[in-house]
Ligand binder design. Structure first.
Ligand code: HEC
Ligand code: HEC
Length: 354
């Protein structure tokens, strides 16, 4: 058991240095730090696909600042694990776009899972969650890792008892949901925080808004390759959100292993299918795929250029590619232009001050 695994100290350091930088810019050391930006914004980020709904939350969990701030506190709180040393943020690191740099994550008592912790980016617009899409709402999702024996291993009822023992939490729940902590409102608050993890300021996003200052020749040619039949990426990762939210078998392994979506639906046709991830900040969220088996973006391109590894149920859209080395370089430049540094270093992705 090592409490040092909780990335809290590093996260706080980022927040503090961010504030110092602002104070220096203002040139007056005595000025109090500026009001932190609120977590909640009503607007759909400019440049997102037209028709993207602004209503991000279900009717029974409308998104409010109090709810998101409460969820933020919970996301970083290791009390939600049986052993008191694993928080959501242990496996979902902000500077990795809330993914885990390890191939699989380590939960309580060094227990390991079998899947890679995905980036948590723009999930407000997601339609199903987990690599196999087994839950339909972020509210339902939020309870799963708390109870999962290899993750936080704490019955939700016990989590509520712990939280309710803290007077600040009681006040925050009352403020956010008009009552004491309950299992349902615990899950709702956490979902509210996950919903505000919006990334919309990569060079690609600015390009979508008509500003190409950081989206030059290689990135533009890379986007063209990405959207071409020659590479075929757009079939599953269409422009805009860079996911069609569907389940596909991209031929990752030959046979055996994780059956993916089939475990959820029981259908033969779903063998080895996984949810198509959106790709914003993908350069920060290595390793890749549901099993974390591809270490770098170069490995991902090798995989697609080979046409996968030959899984019997590989999707017909996955076939050997004949990219020139220039096209490959441009495609990489495009994938790297999906990095939103403001998101990766956002001082709001830290525990709120008490
Ligand atoms: C021990 C590591 C670990 C902890 C702790 C953990 N997660 Fe995860 N998380 C994962 C893994 C691994 C997956 C993928 C599991 C799967 O798909 O079956 C995942 C998936 C998710 C997803 C689905 C993302 C998507 O694109 O579908 C969300 C949302 C999420 N976690 C949020 C949370 C929240 C909120 C907490 C805290 C309550 C949390 N996680 C705690 C490892 C962890
Ligand atoms: C037939 C659908 C399909 C096509 C075509 C496709 N992908 Fe994917 N992509 C997926 C699926 C499904 C996953 C997740 C697979 C898994 O986890 O096992 C994925 C995962 C990825 C990942 C890893 C993301 C992460 O967070 O782990 C990257 C990067 C990626 N694709 C890029 C591309 C590029 C570049 C192309 C074009 C050369 C492409 N994809 C073509 C379906 C597709």
């Amino acid at each position: 058991m090592s409490s040092g695994r909780i990335p809290r100290p590093a996260a706080v350091a980022v927040a503090v240095s961010g504030m110092l930088a602002v104070a220096t810019d203002c040139g007056s050391a005595g000025t109090p730090p500026p009001e932190p930006r609120p977590l909640v914004s009503d607007a759909v980020p400019p440049g997102f696909p037209s028709g993207t709904p602004a209503t991000l939350a279900p009717a029974d969990n409308a998104l409010t600042e109090a709810r998101a701030q409460l969820g933020r506190r919970l996301f970083f709180d290791a009390q939600l694990s049986r052993t008191g040393d694993v928080a959501c943020a242990t496996c979902h690191l902000a500077d990795r776009a809330f993914s885990d740099p390890n191939r699989v994550s380590t939960g309580v008592e060094q227990r390991t899972g079998t899947r890679n912790a995905p980036a948590l980016v723009n999930l407000a617009w997601g339609v199903s969650f987990f690599w196999d899409g087994r839950v339909a709402t972020l509210e339902e999702q939020a309870g799963k890792p708390i109870e999962h024996p290899a993750e936080m291993d704490l019955p939700l009822a016990d989590a509520v008892t712990r939280i309710a023992a803290d007077v600040r939490y009681r006040a925050a729940f009352d403020d956010a949901y008009g009552g004491p902590p309950r299992e349902e409102t615990l899950r709702k608050a956490i979902a509210s925080f996950v919903r505000v993890l919006v990334s919309a300021d990569s060079a690609y996003d600015r390009h979508l808004r008509g500003d190409d200052s950081a989206f030059g020749g290689p990135e533009q040619r890379g986007e063209t390759v990405f959207l071409s039949e020659k590479a075929g990426c757009f079939h599953c990762h269409p422009g805009g959100m860079l996911t069609n939210e569907g389940f596909f078998n991209n031929g990752l392994y030959v046979d055996g292993g994780d059956t993916g979506r089939q475990m959820v639906t029981g259908r033969t046709g779903d063998l080895g299918k996984f949810k198509v991830p959106g790709l914003r900040n993908v350069a920060a969220s290595a390793p890749y795929m549901h099993d974390g088996s591809l270490a770098t973006l170069e490995d991902v391109l090798d995989h697609y250029e080979r046409g996968g590894s030959g899984h019997v149920a590989t999707d017909p859209a996955i076939a050997p590619l004949a990219l020139t080395s220039d096209e490959r370089d441009d495609l990489l430049a495009f994938l790297r232009a999906l990095t939103d540094n403001a998101f990766l270093t956002d001082p709001r992705w830290t525990p709120p001050q008490p």
